[in-house]
Design a protein around this ligand. Structure first.
Ligand code: ATP
Ligand code: MG
Length: 1110
């Protein structure tokens, strides 16, 4: 066994024993002692095998933190100290991993901590299951459904400040991954009598107080409510406020939760309206009104509350008022209306309030289900959590306790069925040796209650449906007859005479020996509560209400669906729903949480032995331990067992060829598990001790770890190898590239070094050669210099010598000449006169002059006046003569030239001369006219027969005949005209016909105006007052302007009787056109405008002539 020692925290530092199976010796005292010991050390959880016992600590313990959740997550059930989280984890994992639907059955007395336990389970599952936006929303909705249901279904009782007054079963649905998808809630039998009446020290449902304390003034006003609890008959006053319960804050929590769950704002409003309506309903009071027939008829006392309630629900006041006074009974298609007395009216009012509230509660559950419904249709895994009222034994037990205890009886039966009986039966089935354990099977009690023929519920129903007078006493009589023989039924008046003297058994009561103890039920109200009647008039009135919820809540009020069949009784309804629940639970793997309440005072650290002992007994915990200890803790079919643990043994790993059972045998032998620890069943292996299983699990975990390590090892090896190969490959590439690069660098270095060396050598060589060459050059230069100096010296010496020689020769010659002269003079003195020197000088001059003139004659230039050549002067002293001769020669040459001219030619030149005087340097057109001869009669009028007619008009010699352009005064365009000039007048005639257009005597001509530019425009201005001036001045244009004007000018000069015509040269002049004076303005045109002169009439007063720039 030593090998199997595994460190478990369940056993470590254990206070008492963590698992009751380990308790030694086992007795009720030791059992309770163990519970107490643990409780005192705040160890509130203890196992019996896989069942968790939970003691209510009545204080908050630090064992529900996130760290704790992590601690218990994915851990073996027996691995850590007992905790509700271990159970939740086990259930969740086997749901997720083994695909087994689970149910968690939480049972115990009121106040034992069932609801808290269910919330702990839910919050644990929420913490460990998947995460994500959608999943979180689902979780949040599931968790937030609790505060809503608690507000409407929980109330303060003497036993529990937050007692669930309804049974709740919630299926949480998961997908294949274990992520929550949604849920379904079923509710069981709300304790609706609480709405109208609460026992002393207890309160109505929380929501009434929460609404009044927490709602805003505005909301209260809308709901027509007052904050003061004492205003409402249905709210008991003695414990309206509960210590540690903040109703106002809880109201906000509830509203927030409703919003998270998915209630619309108007839905919340409708719900609150209904709650308010219930409160209002309680305030409606009745008074009797005597009728003629002697009966009292009820009337509403103060109609204000009725009115406000009707307004809240949208009911017509009169309809409801009538429903409180009359009752219509339909029998065989006949309607009979009977009046209600005050008591009946109160009964009807309370029935309505109870129905209204309980139907609202059921609607809330349906509405929440709608919100939390799973969105997928695919197969879901389910975890059910059942939190249902615990067994109730009060002093005064009524129909409700009967029903509740029946439910607990059924749950106990399931427990027994699934754990004890099932276990024993399985041992038998598997052929395992088993010492039978005596246990109490409560099926017989269930049968007493639910048997269809003679069960108590069936009797009650029968009695309710029976015609004739039916009272609670007739029902008891019936029981006394039918159930008298039943060993668990006790009644004073039953046929079984043994109770006749039992004074603890009053006459109006019956007692049932439940598995948990004896309970005395008072029959009063059984029939009524089972009938659960609401007068049809009331349900019809409700159906008519103009309110969104009322039609849904009171469908039977629909007159179209009048159903004479009685609705099922409360008892049969409950029996049916319990039946469904049981069936549901049977399909699931059960997990048990047994809640125990340590004391009656809601106090922490107080452990009342008798109270705990009572609970331990009726929960059957002792029996549970006994069975556990006698049997085997764990069993599993051979195949999955082998599959699960085959890796623990070499023979079975990886494949076992033979039958599974043999495989398991080999496996266990190999693992040296002691033989008493297990037994081989027919299809299953049974393991006695949980720790053996844990040992196997632990070994498996280690083995899995080893396997994982192996896989990791191989994978890592492969990864590293691949990585290494890649690195190696890369390294080769990198190295190759690097070598190439290094060699390149080296080569470049060598190359550049060799270039440097080369250049140094070449430089050195070059410098050497240069030095040599320079030396040679210097030598050559030195030689040359020396030679030059030498030659210079020689030459200078020679020159000096020659000069000396010449001087000497000259001196000799001079001396000689002087001497000769002297000799001659001496010789010839006698022959010469005294003034002979002057004659010789004159003769010499004469000779020179002769020579000059003869030379000049031979080199004379040509006779052309434009020839500018002249021979050079031979002697300086002749300079003046030479220039004068040149001038004279030119004048003579010109005269000679002129003398050749004829008279005609002379006249022409005179004209030319005159033209030059008038225009030279004044008009740009002038230079172009210099080369052109002034021909005068260009048209040859006399010879041209075309102008015969014109010629005949002219009696004088024509000085000039040419075609000119007459400028149109209006638009500046030109028209061709023949211009004739004679000595006396000028004529303008048509070019084609020769017809005279104008003939002006020259004396009438005052002046001529021309521009300075190269154009041919000229204006002939007439003297004012002359007849010719009537038509205005002439503006003409001609290329021969220079000739025309010159000739005009000359005619004036020639005649003695008049002044010569003045010529004005200006770029702007005035011309008289008929009446107007027009300014003719000449401007230089840009190169764009082409080469022609353009004349444009700009306005009345301006004629613009643009002349191309030269
Ligand atoms: N684990 C716990 N830790 C601390 N306090 C607890 C715990 N369980 C229960 N309680 C306290 O006990 C009170 C009653 O618990 P709970 O409402 O769960 O009882 P119940 O079994 O559901 O009763 P009923 O049948 O009346 O609904 C709780 O309000 C809480 O104060
Ligand atoms: Mg509860």
């Amino acid at each position: 066994m030593s090998k199997m020692e595994v460190k478990t925290s369940l056993l470590d530092n254990m206070i008492g024993v963590g698992d009751m199976v380990l308790l030694e010796p086992l007795s009720e005292e030791t059992f309770i002692g163990n519970l107490r010991k643990r409780f005192e050390h705040n160890e509130i959880y203890t196992y019996i095998g896989s069942v968790v016992i939970s003691m209510n600590p009545y204080k908050s313990l630090p064992i529900y933190t996130a760290d704790k959740v992590e601690e218990y997550r994915n851990r073996n059930f027996y691995e850590l100290s007992p905790h509700i989280y271990a159970l939740a984890d086990e259930a969740y994992r086997s749901l997720r991993d083994q695909d087994k639907d689970q149910c968690i059955l939480i049972t115990g007395e009121s106040g034992a901590g069932k609801t808290e336990a269910s919330k702990l389970v839910m919050s644990y599952v929420a913490a460990v299951c998947g995460k994500g936006q959608e999943v979180n929303k689902v979780k949040e909705q599931l968790l937030q459904s609790n505060p809503v249901l608690e507000a409407f279904g929980n109330a303060k009782t003497v036993r529990n400040d937050n007692s669930s007054r309804f049974g709740k079963y919630m299926d949480i649905e998961f997908d294949f991954k274990g992520d929550p998808l949604g849920g379904v809630i079923s509710n069981y039998l709300l304790e609706k009598s609480r709405v109208v009446k609460q026992p002393r020290g207890e309160r109505n449902f929380h929501i009434f107080y929460q609404l009044l304390s927490g709602a805003s003034e505005d909301t209260l006003k809308k709901l027509k409510l007052d904050r003061d609890f004492s205003k409402y008959n249905y709210l008991s006053l003695d414990s309206a406020t509960v210590n540690g319960l903040d109703d106002a804050a809880n109201f906000r929590t509830v509203r927030n939760a409703m919003q998270i769950v998915g209630f619309m704002e108007d839905e919340v409003q409708s719900v609150l309206e209904l709650v308010a309506a219930v409160l209002k309903l309680g305030n409606i009071e009745f008074k009797p009104e005597s009728r003629v027939n002697g009966f009292d008829e009820s009337r509403v006392k103060d109609k204000n509350d009725l009115k406000e309630m009707c307004e809240l629900l949208g009911i017509e006041q009169s309809v409801l008022e009538r429903a409180f006074s009359y009752r219509t009974v339909e029998a065989k298609m006949e309607k009979v209306s009977t009046t209600l007395n005050v008591a009946q009216a109160y009964y009807a009012r309370d029935a309505l309030a109870k129905n209204l509230y309980s139907r609202l509660f059921s609607w809330l559950v349906t509405r929440i289900n709608e919100s939390i419904k799973a969105q997928t249709k695919s197969r879901k895994k389910v975890m059910g959590v059942l939190d249902i009222y615990g067994f109730e034994i009060f002093e005064d037990n009524s129909f409700e306790q009967f029903i509740i205890n029946y439910c607990n009886e059924k749950l106990q039966q399931i427990f027994i069925e699934l754990t004890l009986r099932e276990e024993q039966e399985e041992y038998v089935r598997e052929g395992i040796e088993w010492t039978n354990i005596e246990y109490f099977n409560n099926a017989v009690i269930c049968d007493l209650i639910e048997n269809n023929q003679n069960g108590i519920l069936a009797m009650l129903d029968e009695e309710c449906l029976r015609p004739g007078t039916v009272t609670d006493d007739t029902f008891l009589d019936k029981l006394n007859t039918v159930c008298a023989e039943h060993q668990h039924f006790e009644s004073r008046l039953s046929k079984n005479s043994k109770f006749l003297t039992d004074h603890s058994l009053p006459h109006s009561c019956f007692r049932i020996q439940h598995y948990a103890g004896k309970v005395l039920y008072r029959v009063e109200g059984f029939v009524d509560k089972n009938n659960d009647l609401l007068y049809r008039d009331l349900s019809q009135a409700m159906y008519k209400a103009n309110h969104s919820l009322m039609k849904l809540l009171f469908p039977e009020g629909n007159p179209a669906k009048v159903n004479l069949k009685r609705p099922p009784t409360a008892g049969s309804q409950f029996r049916a729903s319990v039946g469904t629940l049981m069936k549901n639970l049977q399909t699931k793997n059960p997990n048990y949480i047994r809640c125990i309440k340590p004391n009656d005072k809601k106090a922490c650290q107080v452990f009342t032995d008798s109270l705990v002992c009572h609970q331990v007994r009726y929960l059957g915990l002792m029996e549970n331990v006994r069975v556990r200890r006698a049997g085997y803790a764990f069993r599993q079919a051979y195949e999955p067992c082998l599959e699960r643990y085959k890796m623990l043994c070499k023979q079975t790993w990886p494949h076992w060829k033979g039958p599974a059972r043999q495989g398991v045998e080999v496996l266990l032998k190999d693992l040296e598990v002691p033989e008493e620890e297990f037994a081989y069943g027919r299809s299953k292996i049974f393991i006695r001790n949980p720790r053996t299983l844990f040992f196997l699990e632990e070994r498996r975990r280690q083995c899995l770890e080893d396997l994982a390590t192996l896989i990791q090892k191989i994978y890592r090896g492969w990864k590293c190898r691949t990585h290494f190969l890649l690195l190696k490959k890369s390294q080769v590439v990198v190295a190759a590239w690097y070598r190439r690069y290094a060699q390149q660098q080296k080569y470049q270095k060598i190359k550049s070094s060799s270039i440097v060396v080369q250049s140094y050598i070449r430089g050195w060589k070059a410098r050497k050669i240069l030095r040599e060459l320079k030396y040679q050059k210097r030598c050559k230069e030195a030689v040359t210099t020396i030679a030059a100096y030498w030659h210079g010296t020689q030459a200078r010496r020679e020159l000096k010598r020659l000069k000396e020689e010449a001087r000497r020769k000259h001196a000799v010659a001079v001396i000689w000449a002087y001497w000769l002269g002297l000799k001659v003079r001496r010789e010839y003195r006698k022959f010469f006169r005294a003034n002979a020197g002057k004659k010789i000088y004159d003769f010499t001059i004469q000779k020179i002059m002769q020579k000059y003139f003869i030379g000049l004659k031979n080199t004379m230039p040509s006779m052309s006046p434009i020839d500018k050549t002249w021979p050079a002067r031979p002697y300086l002293f002749l300079d003046g003569t030479h220039q004068e001769l040149r001038r004279i020669f030119h004048l003579w040459r010109c005269k000679k030239y002129r003398s050749q001219f004829t008279e005609e030619k002379k006249a022409i030149y005179e004209e030319k001369l005159e033209a030059s005087e008038i225009f030279k340097d004044k008009k740009a057109l002038y230079p172009s006219s210099v080369g052109q001869p002034f021909k005068g009669d260009y048209l040859e009028i006399n010879k041209n027969p075309k102008y015969q007619k014109l010629n005949s008009v002219m009696d004088e010699k024509v000085l000039l005949a040419d075609v000119v352009n007459k400028i149109n005064r209006a638009n500046g365009k030109g028209a061709s005209r023949i211009f004739l000039l004679t000595k006396k007048n000028f004529v303008l005639a048509d070019q084609k016909t020769g017809q005279v257009k104008a003939s002006v005597p020259l004396p009438d001509l005052n002046s001529v105006s021309v521009s300075t530019q190269s154009d041919g425009f000229f204006a002939l201005k007439l003297k004012e007052g002359t007849p010719s001036a009537a038509k205005g001045d002439f503006l003409l244009s001609s290329d021969r302007l220079i000739e025309i004007i010159t000739k005009l000018h000359r005619t004036g000069e020639a005649s003695a009787d008049r002044d010569p015509i003045s010529v004005d040269i200006s770029d702007e002049f005035l011309v008289q056109f008929k009446q107007d004076k027009v300014c003719v303005k000449f401007i230089q045109a840009g190169p764009k405008n082409g080469n022609s002169v353009a004349c444009k009439r700009k306005n009345n007063r301006l004629l613009e002539v643009s002349v191309p720039s030269p």
